[in-house]
Design a protein around this ligand. Sequence first.
Ligand SMILES: Cc1cc2nc3c(=O)[nH]c(=O)nc-3n(C[C@H](O)[C@H](O)[C@H](O)COP(=O)(O)OP(=O)(O)OC[C@H]3O[C@@H](n4cnc5c(N)ncnc54)[C@H](O)[C@@H]3O)c2cc1C
Length: 420
Amino acid sequence: MRKVIIIGGGAAGMMAAISASKEGKKVLLLEKNEKLGKKLFITGKGRCNITSACDPDEFLNHVATNSRFLYSSFSRFNNHDVVRLLNDAGLKTKVERGQRVFPQSDHSSDVIGTLKRLCDRNHVEILYHAKVEKILLHDHEGVSGEKNRSFSGVQLSDGRVIQGDSLIIATGGCSYTSTGSDGDGYRLARELGHSIRPVYPSLVPFIMKETWCRDLMGLTLKNISIRVKNGKKVIYEGFGEFLFTHFGVSGPLVLTASTCLGKYQKALEAGQLTLLLDLKPSLTMEQLEKRYLREFDTYRNKNISNVIERMLPRKMVPVFLREAGVPEDKKVRDITKKERRRMEELMKGMEMHITGVRGFEEAIVTRGGVNVKEVSPTTMESKLVDHVFFAGEILDVDAVTGGFNLQIAWSTGYTAGYSA
Ligand SMILES: Cc1cc2nc3c(=O)[nH]c(=O)nc-3n(C[C@H](O)[C@H](O)[C@H](O)COP(=O)(O)OP(=O)(O)OC[C@H]3O[C@@H](n4cnc5c(N)ncnc54)[C@H](O)[C@@H]3O)c2cc1C
C-alpha cells in the first residue's frame, strides 16, 4: 500500500490525512507539537469560524491573493462539502451573521475532535513531537530520459528517517508562531527548489502616524465607512466596525482592508497610504450640512462641543475639534461658515496616515508563501519535485475574514490528500 507522509497537523494537514486515507492510502501525519490543531483551537476567538455558507460561485470573490489558483481545488471540495463531512461525522453546525459557519457548541475543540475522530476511523497514524528537518529526494530518469527528482522520505529533528511514497507539506504560514506555524515550511520548500513569494502579515491592524489614536484607545465605531488611498487612488472601500488602539486602528474593517495592501507594499513602506474615515456614511454632504444648520439653530448659545457630542461619541469630541481647529468652548453662534464647512468635511473624511502594519504575532494570516506558479492547481503537486504536494497557508493564497482562510486549508488539503 502506498504511504503518504503529511507534515503539519493543522487544518490542511488533517483534511489531507482524511482524504488520502479515504482513498485507501496508508497515512502518517507528523506534527511537531504535542497535539493537533493548535491554531485551529484559537480560531474565531475559540469558536472556529469553519467556513462561509455563501454561494460557492461567490467564494473566490473573497480570496485576496491568487483566487484563480483555487478554482479547481474548491470545485473538488467546497464550503458545503466540508460542512457535510463534519455534520456526517457528528458535528452540529450553525450559520451566523455574515454567513459565518460555527460549531453549534461554539467550541473549536469540537471541530478538532471531529477531525481527529475521522483520522482515527481511517487508521491515520499520528506522530507527535515529530519535527521534520529535511526532505529526502532521489533522482530518477523520466520517460524521455530527462532527470527528475522525486520524494523518498523525511528526516526528523531527532535524526530518525521515515520513508514514504508521497509527501504533503501543510506546515502553515508564519503568524501566531506559538501555535507551531513558524515559517519552517518555507525553508523546506526552498530546499526543494521552490521560490517563496515575500511574506507579510495580513488581516492585521494598522499603525497610524496620528498619536491621538491613543487618546481614543478602546473606542469602537460601528457602521462607519473607510477608504484607503494611495495618493488619489482608492485601493479599499468598506463599511463596518472600526476600533482605535494605542498604536493606531483595528477591528474587522481594518483587518479586511489590510488584505488589499499586497500590491502597495512599497507605498506602505514609504508612508504614502492614507485612511479616510467617513463618520456619517448614511448622510450625503448636503444632508450633513442641513443637520449642522438645524443643530446650530437650536443650540446657538451652547458650546460647539455640546453640538458635536450629539453627532459623535463623547470620547471623540476633543480630538475631532482639535483636528478641525475649533476651540471646544467656542459658542455655536460664533462659529464661522468656514469653520462649519471644515467640520462637515472632516466628518465625511477624517484623514489619517498609515505608517505600517503590526507584526506576525498579531496577524491572522500570512500573505505570500510558496509560489503557486510552481504548483499544479488541480492536484496541488509540486511542478519541480515528483510526489511532493502543498496544502494550506504555506501557499501564496489568502482571503478576508469570514471562514474563507480555513476553507482554503480544507479545499487544498482535501485535494492534496486525494491526489497524493
Ligand atoms: C487568531 C486567529 C484566528 C483565526 N480565525 C479564523 C477563523 O475563525 N476562520 C478562518 O477561516 N480562519 C481563521 N484563521 C486563519 C486559519 O487559522 C489559518 O488560515 C489555518 O489554520 C491555516 O491552516 P494550515 O493547516 O495551513 O496551517 P496551521 O493551522 O498553522 O497548521 C500548520 C501545522 O504544521 C505544524 N508544523 C509546522 N512546521 C512543522 C515541521 N517542520 N514539522 C512538523 N510539523 C510542523 C505546526 O505545528 C502546525 O500544527 C485564524 C488565525 C488566527 C491566528
